[in-house]
Design a protein around this ligand. Structure first.
Ligand code: FRU
Length: 472
């Protein structure tokens, strides 16, 4: 351990202890969503199930609720809902990661956990734009025998190992194995400001060779972050968090997007990317990552937040923390469509408190699962905490806050929508300061943070079955 690591451990400990002392007063802390102990959280990293136990690492800045140098915080869980904090797994303490242990992934093999991440370095003493010059994106490997202690960091690649038509922005390795070959995808921005995904291959997890790249036919944004690739049923899914989409429909959406392309053909040789579809249509969703459970489910977890967003904020900053993850979701295919549903483990935490037809009203419940089934002719209106409405008009399902002042429930959020002919069912998973809405069995999902001063649920849906379960 070097002197910097030692001091970072001490400082993190002080920040977390001070955060814990405040715990009682923290109004908006979630009950079953993963949050930082103190300070700032962004992307999920290194998601995996290792010897039965779920591991979730996260981009963590404990010293400042509005961000700062990133490290990997670490949680474990038996059910993906109750998370136990394990401290910081990776500190920014080496010359190749001193401005941030950026995002990456886990590979589990032969009783070992391998973590791949990007070591971010910003050079000083020069005229740099930090896009084309002045930044390093190093690919680093660290492994663990027990999933708790992490060994020596090994720098595997640096910018000179990436194609030379790229800017310095190359990052977020996601690694998997097929037959006897390891594959790694990384997000990239070309010198012409086009977002791409790079593919590297390796036979030994350590020596990697650039193999090829994936891009859309027409330029689509200037940077693709946090790439992921997996199959679900007979579908091949290429996921990317895209920056730089402007004009047309993008004007009514978030500043950055997270979505996926269905891939036809072989990503290594000849392929065609389908239409880019959003994973989530809500306000707070970015940089998701997937992993496969030991029982074969494809789980997806995202940061329930949005970078570089001026329009809205989070009222937890005053309490010294910001952001959380989405509820882990199972990805599945229904009628040929990619859908998402909350992990089935949630069922064990629920107690049904009310069932009704047509109408349901409840007060003061902060964490719940609300199901509205058999919706007739798109007729429904749902109001949460009086100011968050879910409604359907003119061919659009909407999530809409009635008041977008930054100091109220919405903290500045206004409206998000998706065009659809029919809404047949809606499922709302609410925690203290978050709402995730699954429409039509999760064909569309909307996630948002919200900050109620009075909790209430009002559902009107003539002819529908309504069920409310409290989540413990
Ligand atoms: C996405 C991202 C990643 C990067 C990390 C840094 O939100 O920008 O590309 O690795 O966050 O925290």
């Amino acid at each position: 351990m070097n002197a910097l690591t030692r001091d970072l451990i001490k400082l993190t400990d002080i920040a977390e202890t001070q955060g814990a002392e405040k715990e009682e007063k923290l109004l908006f802390r979630e009950h079953f969503h993963l949050m930082p102990p103190v300070g700032w959280l962004n992307d999920p990293n290194g998601l995996c199930q290792f010897e039965g136990v779920y591991h979730a690492f996260f981009q963590y800045s404990p010293f400042d609720a509005e961000g700062g140098v990133k490290m990997w915080g670490h949680y474990i869980s038996d059910n993906m809902l109750d998370w136990k904090y394990q401290g910081v797994a990776l500190y920014p303490d080496q010359p190749f990661d001193c401005h941030g242990v950026y995002s990456g992934s886990a590979l589990v093999e032969d009783g070992k956990m391998y973590l791949y991440y990007t070591g971010n370095v910003k050079l000083e003493d020069g005229e740099y734009d930090y896009i084309r010059t002045g930044r390093e994106g190093n690919t680093v490997l660290v492994s663990s025998e027990d999933g708790i202690h992490f060994g020596h960091k090994k720098q595997l690649m640096r910018n000179t190992d990436y194609p030379d038509d790229l800017t310095c922005h190359v990052r977020d390795p996601k690694v998997w194995k097929e037959q006897d070959t390891y594959y790694m995808v990384q997000g990239a921005r070309t010198k012409e400001d086009v977002g791409q995904i790079l593919i590297f291959t390796s036979k030994d997890k350590v020596n990697w060779k650039f193999k090829s790249r994936i891009e859309s036919k027409e330029p689509f944004g200037y940077m693709w972050e946090c790439p992921d690739y997996f199959t679900i049923g007979d579908k091949k899914i290429l996921s990317a968090s895209v920056q730089g989409l402007e004009g047309g429909i993008w004007e009514e959406r978030n500043v950055y997007q997270s979505g996926y392309f269905e891939v036809e053909g072989d990503i290594l040789s000849s392929y065609k990317l389908g239409e880019y579809k959003l994973w989530d249509y809500g306000f707070d969703y970015y940089a998701p990552q997937s992993f496969e459970t030991e029982d074969g489910r494809r789980i997806h977890i995202s940061w329930m937040g949005m970078p570089d967003c001026e329009a809205y904020t989070n009222l937890t900053i005053a309490d010294g923390w910001q952001h959380c993850f989405t509820l882990p979701r199972e990805i599945y295919v229904k009628d040929g469509k990619i859908c998402q549903r909350p992990v089935r483990e949630l069922d064990y935490k629920e107690t049904i408190t009310k069932t009704a037809e047509n109408k349901l009203q409840a007060d003061s419940c902060k964490a719940y699962d609300l199901k509205i089934d058999k919706i007739q002719n798109n007729q429904f209106c749902i109001a949460l905490a009086e100011e968050l409405l879910l409604e359907y008009t003119d061919g659009r399902f909407r999530m809409r806050f009635t008041d977008n002042r930054k100091t109220c429930v919405s903290a500045g959020r206004d409206c998000r929508y998706v065009e659809t002919d029919e809404v047949t069912n809606i499922r709302v998973i609410a925690d203290v300061s978050s709402v995730e809405v699954f429409v039509n069995d999760g064909e569309y999902v909307f996630s948002t943070r919200y900050y109620p001063d009075k909790y209430s649920i009002n559902v009107q849906a003539e002819g529908a079955d309504i069920c409310l379960a409290e989540i413990k």
